[in-house]
Structure formats: structure tokens, C-alpha cells
Design a protein around this ligand. Structure first.
Ligand SMILES: Cc1ncc(COP(=O)(O)O)c(C=O)c1O
Length: 389
């Protein structure tokens, strides 16, 4: 039986998310509760967003304090929290080939749009207006606005909304991406672990060859850390596992633990291509979002926190490998094969476990980074009851 809320949702909301039959009303740590009081172990974390879990006391305190102090002023004014956060993030990104600068936005897509625009602009101000092409990897996901969609591979998302941005191309094969780079290329954009494509780490050697070829040609390397950033892979940035030195890094998801926040980091000489007026965002980097993001980053950048993510992530990997085929991922983002993802997801929810599907036969688990071995045991107990069907 459909609830009154579900029926009203069918009438008044866009139907772009399909049917949703669980209404979540409360959360605590790694658990969420629905409107009938049922408890779920949340291995979605708001799709890799609530890295510190739900209703985290520290996050809640910062939200309360900042809401009472100052929420928004616009980028006409200097915002202390932006400077603090930029200092932290640029230091974390700089692995000896920096320095970087930061600018703040609200979502992953917005960060990627900014990055793509910055790449073209950088080439233009560097005397290379002919370098306008952008090359993306197969199975990529960078967002659904016109620019980010143009570097997103799934043809389903493109149907009926073409023409997309000219010069933005998705390679057919991973090796092919390297050959596609040429002297007209402004940038290549990659995810180091392709989340939407099934949580698949990209081959390290391939990424390094791509980066080297891009450098040779004067093309920029954009690493989309929207899903992999902020500790998700067990390192602050996913690219640290792959020994890359991105020219531009995009972030969002985990940065605000649910308060919409994103960032574009770029090496200083690249960032300087955005001269005053060339780019902006009304809400981006407001004091409210910055207060929360500063708190989140302080917690996650602690080496002991990241060690724990790697340790619990290993425990989760062992459980998955004992129960499923096709287990891939890093840290606390994993994908695995099931017979039918939609059925599996429903069965899991019936048994008090939330996961996301990322393919017709593929499940993704991206739990809050604060889970411990006991949560992994609870997860195992449930998945053993479901099996692979
Ligand atoms: C790698 C990657 N890039 C970009 C995006 C888009 O981010 P947002 O939904 O915050 O715009 C996502 C979202 O899933 C993502 O996983």
C-alpha cells in the first residue's frame, strides 16, 4: 500500500529519481530510521557523503554554533573559514609538486564544470587558444549538467539532450584515451576509482601513462575526487594511491558531511587563469558550509582516522570476498556482483541494510567512515541471509 506521502510525491515532485518507498526521518552514527521506526544499517552514507555518520555530535555543534553566528554573506567579502579550509586542502593536495589554490562551490558537478572551464581558460591565457579538447575515460561519471555530462560516458544520460559540448570526448577504451590526447587537448579528466561504474579502481600504470602523455602535450590532468576524496579510499585523496600530481582536483560529497559543499583545487599557475570575474558561485564557500567543512577535514585528515578507515575497509573487503564475486574498490568504497541488483537491494532493506545499486548486477557499499568491525560483522550477518540472488 502506498503511503499518503508517496502518493503526493508522485504528483508534485519531478519523477527523475523513480519510485522511492522508504522515508528516512532520523539518523545516528551508522544507522538511519524510517517513518515507522525501523532501523537500518546505512551502507550508503547519503551516497558517500555522510563520512562522519549521521547526527555526529561535533558536526551538530558546529552547525548550531555557525547558524547562530553567520550563515551567508556572499563572496564580496573575505570569509575566514574559506582561507582556513583552503590552507588545509592545498597542503593536503601538495605532494611536492604544488602549490595549489582553492575555490569553493556547492556540488561535485559544479566543481567539475569549474574545472573544465578553468582548463580551457588556462590554455587560452597561456597562449594556446587552440587547446580546447577534453578527453575522459570510458565508464566515467562526472555529473549531469551539459559540460560534466559531455565527459560522462553513459549513453542513457545523454539521450535526447544532445548536442553536448563540442570538443569534450569520452574514450572507447582506457588505452585509447592516451592516444586521443593531442596538441589540441586542454585536459583529460579521470576518477581514480570509478564509483558510478561499479567502484572500479583504474589501472595505476594506465593513469600514470595518461598523466605523462598529458604533461608532454601541455594538457592538464583533472582528477575528480568528488567520491574518492575526504578519506573515502583510506587516504585523504584517492590519487595518493596512484602517485599522481593533478593540475586540478575537484571535491564535494564528503566535504560537508551533508551540508552542500564542493571545492576546486588547482596548481597556482593554473588557478591564476581565473582572473576576477571569470568564475564565481553565490553560495560557494559561505561561512556556514566552511565551518562544517573545516570541522570534517580536521577529523578526517588525522592519520589515525585514515589508518582506521584502511583497517575496517580491509575487514569489509574480506567479508565481501568470502561472499561475492567481482569485489573491487579501495578503503571504504566497494562494489560486488549479484544476480539482480534491484532485488538484492530490496532484500537488504527488508533485513535492515541500505546499499545502492550501480549497475543491473552490481551493488555499491559506501558506509560512513566511522564504522568499526562490529558494523562489518552486522553487515556480514545480513548479507549471508540474502546470498547472491
Ligand atoms: C565522481 C563523481 N563526480 C561527480 C559527481 C556529481 O556530484 P554531485 O551529484 O554532487 O553534483 C559524482 C556523483 O555521484 C561523482 O561520483
Amino acid at each position: 500500500m502506498k503511503t499518503a506521502l508517496g502518493q503526493l510525491a508522485d504528483q508534485v515532485l519531478f519523477q527523475n529519481y523513480g519510485k522511492r518507498d522508504i522515508a528516512l526521518v532520523r539518523g545516528e552514527g551508522a544507522y538511519v530510521y524510517d517513518d515507522e521506526g525501523r532501523r537500518y544499517l546505512d551502507f550508503t552514507a547519503g551516497i558517500a557523503v555522510c563520512n562522519l555518520g549521521h547526527a555526529h555530535p561535533g558536526v551538530t555543534e558546529v552547525i548550531e554554533r555557525q547558524a547562530r553566528t553567520l550563515v551567508h554573506v556572499s563572496n564580496l567579502f573575505l570569509i575566514e573559514g574559506q582561507v582556513e579550509l583552503a590552507e588545509k586542502l592545498t597542503r593536503l593536495a601538495d605532494r611536492g609538486t604544488g602549490p595549489y589554490r582553492a575555490m569553493f562551490v556547492n556540488t561535485g558537478t559544479e566543481a567539475n564544470e569549474g574545472a573544465l572551464k578553468l582548463a580551457r581558460r588556462y590554455q587560452y591565457v597561456s597562449g594556446h587558444p587552440e587547446k580546447t579538447r577534453v578527453v575522459a575515460l570510458p565508464n566515467s561519471f562526472h555529473g549531469r549538467t551539459m559540460g560534466s555530462l559531455s565527459v560522462t560516458s553513459n549513453p542513457k544520460y545523454r539521450e535526447g539532450v544532445t548536442p553536448l559540448v563540442p570538443g569534450f570526448e569520452v574514450a572507447d577504451t582506457y588505452e585509447g584515451a592516451i592516444d586521443m590526447l593531442d596538441d589540441k587537448t586542454a585536459a583529460c579528466i579521470v576518477e581514480v576509482v570509478q564509483g558510478e561504474a561499479g567502484v572500479r579502481p583504474v589501472d595505476k600504470g594506465l593513469l600514470q601513462s595518461l598523466a605523462a602523455r598529458a604533461k608532454e602535450l601541455g594538457a592538464l590532468l583533472i582528477v575528480d575526487e568528488v567520491q574518492t576524496g575526504v578519506g573515502r579510499t583510506g587516504r585523504f585523496f584517492g590519487f595518493e594511491h596512484f602517485d599522481l600530481s593533478p593540475d586540478i582536483i575537484t571535491m564535494a560529497k564528503g566535504l560537508g558531511n551533508g551540508i552542500p559543499t564542493g571545492a576546486i583545487l588547482a596548481k597556482q599557475h593554473v588557478a591564476d587563469a581565473f582572473t576576477p570575474g571569470m568564475h564565481g558561485s553565490t553560495f560557494g564557500g559561505n561561512p556556514f558550509a566552511m565551518a562544517v567543512a573545516n570541522y570534517v577535514v580536521d577529523v578526517v585528515r588525522d592519520p589515525a582516522f585514515l589508518d582506521r578507515v584502511r583497517r575496517v575497509g580491509e575487514a569489509l573487503r574480506r567479508v565481501l570476498e568470502a561472499n561475492f564475486d567481482g569485489v573491487t574498490g579501495l578503503g571504504l568504497m566497494w562494489g560486488f556482483d549479484v544476480d539482480d541488483a534491484s532485488t538484492w537491494r530490496k532484500r537488504a532493506a527488508e533485513r535492515g541494510l541500505l546499499v545502492t545499486a550501480c549497475g543491473p548486477k552490481r551493488i555499491r557499499v559506501v558506509p560512513p567512515l566511522i564504522i568499526d568491525e562490529q558494523h562489518v560483522e552486522e553487515f556480514e550477518t545480513i548479507v549471508k541471509k540474502i546470498g547472491r540472488a
